[in-house]
Ligand binder design. Sequence first.
Ligand SMILES: CC(=O)c1c[nH]c2ccccc12
Length: 116
Amino acid sequence: ALELTLTPALLLLQSTLDQLQEKDTAKIFSQPVNLAEVPDYLEFISQPMDFSTMRTRLEGHAYCSVADLEKDFNLMISNCLKYNSKDTMFHKTALQLQEVGGAILRHAHRQSQTIG
Ligand SMILES: CC(=O)c1c[nH]c2ccccc12
């Protein structure tokens, strides 16, 4: 049978992504921004990012470290802060997720140092 062996490092990345996504209670980051609904999105954002894309990358072993995961998380947040003006729910939600996500990632960095 296919061995779904998850190394400790991969388990840590998966757990970190789950914790980050859990904080997106409005689920505005679950899927890519719908370009059919938002036709000008790519005029402002050169590299879209969302949690489903991050999960695909994680499962495809594209992330070698917590830092790699953090890079895409920060891209996803900065895209949202850029596209959505300050007075929108999306912008305010991104600022909150940035703060709580930072704490989750700092903890994951510490854990990755102990599991090596
Ligand atoms: C995360 C984000 O920017 C968005 C998530 N859903 C959207 C719908 C229209 C415009 C932007 C968005």
